[in-house]
Write a protein that binds this ligand. Structure first.
Ligand code: 13P
Length: 382
């Protein structure tokens, strides 16, 4: 007989859980029918079971929903409470039946409603890709003195509320500013990142700063493979592989930069260049590491030039990057944030961020003014 090669979705643990649940249900029903378990206790157990199942369904789909869709879900969770428990309380007063009798009908209707709503949302959203993180990261490059950097960070914290809450802001100051900026960001939801880290763990590497050091100063992110480092400091895929490994070893999330220069773009080689930059580094990651990665596409010809890629150009290459990632990592690629960088400012952010595969920006010049930096985040609201 031919056996199917498709692995069974029912793992032994899941099978055991289902068997346990079914035996529990049978036991409770038998005890109730024989009168050993009082009816109100049966009702309470049954309704709690339905509530737990509904909550589990809701928990699974929440990450797949936009904030607006979540608001609707919450409305449908509250509707049964208001619509059924209010008339229920009238029943409570009027009837002379026992407490269990009076509360039973509204409780069953409310929980059934919630159970059905949870399952409708579950089947509608379970197969949709999870919502990707929206990120606006500021790469301060070699700008500001430490005290100025701390002031800038304080300004960003003070005005944070002007940008949508769901946007994740990251600031990446020079190494020398990290402690002071970390102090200024304390208590806020703005994350700290560094602009680079050493390829080595520690030792006689004069002038280098290790991943362990920046992590100890409170960094959660590190920019790696920026075109300025590839161009001026000879950074290659080989060194970047080592740096990525160091970053992950110290719990840092790499913001890995890719992008072509003008010559490559004009020769129509941009897809090949970006593909190679990804395949030579990102494709060496484990699935666990890949799940904790941010990509930044920064066309070199757009960096600091005032020349921005059009939203369509950005979308075209971001979608291509996601496909290259999906070829290696499958469905997980749908969750990788891919940022655009290169003369991004408040006036063009909304158009860029409206594109399906543009999940935010890596900002240079405009990250040096709190209003502009946060103004770019407002691009998500438009
Ligand atoms: P600009 O925003 O100044 O063009 O710089 C982009 C950049 O290189 C961010 O890393």
């Amino acid at each position: 007989m031919k056996r199917s090669n498709t692995p069974s979705k029912l793992s032994p643990q899941r099978g055991a859980r289902i068997a346990l649940l079914l035996s529990g249900c049978c036991a409770v029903c038998t005890l109730t029918v024989t009168g050993l378990l009082p009816r109100p206790l049966f009702d309470a157990l049954f309704l709690c079971g339905l509530l737990v199942l509904s909550a589990r369904r809701i928990r699974v789909v929440l990450p797949h929903m936009t904030p607006r869709q979540r608001e609707w879900l919450y409305v449908w969770v509250y509707v049964p409470l208001f619509c059924f428990f209010l008339p229920g309380s009238a029943l409570w007063r009027d009837t002379e039946a026992g407490l269990g009798e009076r509360i039973r009908t509204p409780a069953y209707v409310a929980v059934a409603f919630l159970f059905i709503a949870a399952h409708i949302f579950y089947f509608l959203y379970k197969n949709k890709p999870k919502m990707r993180k929206k990120i606006v990261a500021g790469n301060w490059k070699m700008n500001t003195l430490p005290a100025e950097g701390a002031e800038l960070a304080k300004g960003i914290v003070a005005q944070r509320a002007t940008a949508p809450a769901e946007v994740n802001f990251i600031v990446c100051p020079p190494f020398t500013h990290l402690s002071q900026v970390a102090e200024a960001l304390k208590g806020s939801n703005i994350a700290l990142g560094a602009q680079n880290c050493a390829a080595e763990e520690k030792g006689a590497y004069t002038g280098e700063v290790s991943a362990a050091m920046i992590a100890a100063l409170g960094c959660r992110y590190v920019i790696l493979g920026h075109s300025e480092r590839r161009q001026y400091y000879g950074e290659t895929s080989e060194t970047l592989n080592l740096k990525m490994a160091r970053a992950y070893a110290h719990g840092l999330t790499p913001v890995y930069c890719v992008g072509e220069n003008l010559e490559e773009r004009e020769a129509g080689k941009h897809f090949d260049v970006v593909k190679a930059q990804i395949e030579e580094v990102v494709c060496n990651l484990t699935p666990e590491q890949f799940a904790d990665l941010v990509i930044a596409y920064e066309p070199v010809w757009a960096i600091g030039t005032g020349k921005t890629a059009t939203a369509d150009q950005a979308q075209e290459i971001h979608a291509f990057i996601r496909k290259v990632l999906a070829d290696k990592f499958g469905a997980a690629a749908a969750e990788t944030p891919i940022l655009y960088g290169g003369s991004c400012k408040p006036s063009n952010a909304a158009e860029l961020f409206a594109k399906e595969d543009v999940d935010g920006g890596l900002i240079g010049g405009a990250a040096l003014k709190a209003e502009d930096f946060l103004g770019i985040g407002q691009g998500f609201a438009k």
